[in-house]
Design a protein around this ligand. Structure first.
Ligand code: PEP
Length: 242
């Protein structure tokens, strides 16, 4: 399992040090069966790296460029993230797909760049509330899988994050998560991809619902937003996962 904490656009430098140090203090004496990874804002990646290096906590980025180098002001590329100790990067988070108009093709290119530089993309997919209500969720996710995931033998992770569950306090029923995971697993099998690819769930995860979520049959871990800023609750979830 992977427990991933997406800090989004939060923390100043001192808060980034405090948050990563607290999580490290809570977890470094524990034998964890799950991997834990922190996803700070890009500008604090090196800061957090210096706190968690040589520990049982891994580092990831929240996004990367569709490009490797060149005239792309403001972008940060996969090899740059690699230089700073990132093992993972999230790509295709709904806050970027919707807020920044990122297409499936963009997500595909980002994931491919990360794979080319031996990093592990966490490729997010998720339906909006309207698609869920109309019964289109499975088809919407299937299209995102088809168009966002490089058909490759390289390691990658899929994060299923229903958009209506992110930051809303609502989570899907376990039956509907299991139904979605079954479809994703079947899609991976039909496309001859490895059967150990992890599928994470994300959206309003907290200590209260984590235990229930861990009973999902094919759960490969959790992608946690808001609660990852609370070192005590985040660490407790990491310990429950183990
Ligand atoms: C996220 O943004 O990936 C997320 C899951 O957020 P939250 O846990 O706050 O719903």
């Amino acid at each position: 399992m992977l427990i991933a904490g997406n800090w989004k656009l939060n923390c100043n430098i001192n808060e980034a040090i405090d948050l990563s140090s607290s999580i490290l203090n809570n977890l470094n004496s524990k034998v964890l069966r799950s991997e834990v990874a922190l996803f700070p804002p890009t500008i604090y990646i090196e800061t957090v790296y210096n706190v968690i290096k040589n520990s049982n906590i891994a580092l990831g980025a929240q996004d990367c460029s569709v490009n490797i180098s060149g005239a792309y002001t403001g972008d940060v590329s996969a090899p740059m993230l690699n230089d700073f100790g990132c093992k993972f990067s999230i790509v295709g988070h709904s806050e970027r797909r919707n807020g920044k108009n990122e297409s499936n093709k963009d997500v595909y290119l980002k994931a491919k760049n990360l794979m080319d530089f031996k990093m592990i993309p966490i490729i997010c997919v998720g339906e909006n509330a309207e698609d869920r209500e109309r019964g289109n969720a499975l088809d919407v996710i299937k299209k995102q899988l088809e168009e966002s995931i490089p058909k490759s033998n390289n390691e990658f992770i899929i994060a299923y994050e229903p958009i209506w569950a992110i930051g809303s306090g609502k989570i899907p029923t376990l039956d509907s998560i299991n139904e979605m995971f079954n479809m994703i697993r079947q899609w991976l099998t039909n496309n001859s991809m490895k059967n150990n690819i992890k599928i994470l769930y994300g959206g309003s995860v907290n200590k209260g619902n984590a235990k229930e979520l861990f009973s999902c049959k094919d759960l490969g871990g959790l992608l946690i937003g808001g609660v990852s800023l609370n070192p005590t609750e985040f660490s407790e979830i990491c310990i429950i996962a183990s």
